[in-house]
Ligand binder design. Sequence first.
Ligand code: ZN
Length: 113
Amino acid sequence: MDTERLIFFRDIILSSRDKLLRSVKGIESEINAYMGQQLIEFNERSGEETAVHLLNKLDYRQKKELSFIEEALSRIRSKTYGICIRCGKNIPEDRLLALPYTTACKPCAVKET
Ligand SMILES: [Zn+2]
């Protein structure tokens, strides 16, 4: 992939990272509100446990997405972005536009599942 296209996809990926981090902030305030409510409804201990459980759950999903984002950015830096890790062929751009973090072309991804 040429540098111009790499920059194009880097910008798409950076803006989804931005969106993700912003949504984490939003979720944080939801958790705080939820925690406050729980503390009123239950005793302190059970309210805390529920909030911690909720936080862990969100963290896992968001951490996973963040790691996909970071991996994609590092592939862009090493200029291997858009190359299928299985067969080494170029991944079609329409697939990259739909799935910017994908590491495999469609035939390889289908084979894998
Ligand atoms: Zn492939």
